[in-house]
Write a protein that binds this ligand. Structure first.
Ligand code: ATP
Length: 279
């Protein structure tokens, strides 16, 4: 559903944000996009949505090249930006103006969410707080029923109850075949809703299926003799490691540990997973 082939991007007169990224994200998944500050998460979402054009390589989104910004792609994709200047109109007026671009938009879905999450559609969007604006946009995004929804740091600026409401909105209203791509620093905010993650830095991007990963690698503490250690950390609570294969003593894989392994032991991590998948 989304493939990147040898993708590179450089902002004008800058050093490349990334070069040579190759990645496939299957359809119907809820994907967290994780990367350090400046790794290029926002840039990647903008490239996927066709807001900016790649300077190298190819992207395929829903069977389209995003740079062409064809209607057939744009009407099937909605992006909730990290910061948005919403127009000075009410929620109702916004829906009236913008829902027409999305043939699968359902007012019923939006009305249900407005009721469940106390969104007052009769108030001007510019007069709402940051959190209220974000909740409105997330509700609008889900109401489009687009096959692909992109969200850039949607939980930034949300208080604790609003983060729970955000998760609840997605759990209740994400369609079975809808793909969500959500960039974040706050992995814990997304724990309950993502089933996979893309980890990225300037050199690599990789999609990890969180359900399948424990069939191939395990997190153990401490590693036993003979374990094929991919990555190890000495934590206050003891030695913790990612090791090859399924282990009886394994705990759940901690995304922070996986993230650190991705950054420092990329080749070992990916080749171990690939080797295990082939067995
Ligand atoms: N409009 C721009 N012009 C020039 N450089 C830019 C522009 N936007 C972003 N960059 C640079 O591109 C790199 C990637 O930025 P991007 O916003 O995609 O990263 P990010 O992973 O989303 O970061 P964060 O986690 O801090 O939000 C950074 O080094 C940033 O300084």
């Amino acid at each position: 559903m989304i493939t990147l082939q040898d993708l590179g991007f450089t902002y004008r007169r800058q050093t490349p944000v990334f070069s040579g990224l190759t990645l496939t994200i299957p359809a119907g998944r809820s994907v967290g996009i994780l990367g350090a500050n400046g790794a290029g998460k926002t840039t990647l979402l903008k490239l996927i949505s066709g807001m900016i054009r790649s300077t190298q390589g190819h992207i395929d989104v829903l069977g389209h090249e995003p740079r062409a910004r064809q209607t057939a792609m744009l009407q099937n994709l909605y992006i909730v930006p990290e910061e948005s200047d919403l127009p000075p109109m009410t929620g109702h007026a916004y829906v009236k103006h913008f829902s027409v671009f999305y043939p699968t938009f359902k007012m019923d879905t939006l009305s249900q969410m407005a009721e469940q999450f106390e969104l007052d559609l009769s108030v001007k969007l510019t007069e709402r707080s940051l959190g209220q604006k974000k909740k409105f946009l997330v509700a609008f995004a889900l109401a489009t029923h687009c096959p692909l929804i992109l969200m850039d740091e949607p939980t930034n600026g949300l208080d604790i109850p609003s983060k729970a409401q955000f998760r609840d909105m997605i759990i209740r209203h994400q369609g079975d075949d809808q793909t969500l791509l959500i960039s974040t620093h706050q992995v814990r905010d997304l724990d309950a809703i993502i089933d996979s993650v893309v980890m990225m830095n300037e050199e690599h991007a990789h999609w990890f299926d969180l359900g399948d990963l424990p069939n191939h690698i395990s997190q153990v503490s401490p590693p036993a003799e003979g374990d094929q250690v991919i990555y190890r950390e000495n934590r206050f609570s003891g030695d913790v490691a990612l090791v090859q294969g399924q282990k009886e003593t394994a705990t759940g894989i901690d995304l922070e540990l996986l993230f650190n392994a991705f950054h420092t032991r990329y080749d070992e991590l990916i080749s171990t997973i690939e080797q295990e998948v082939q067995q």
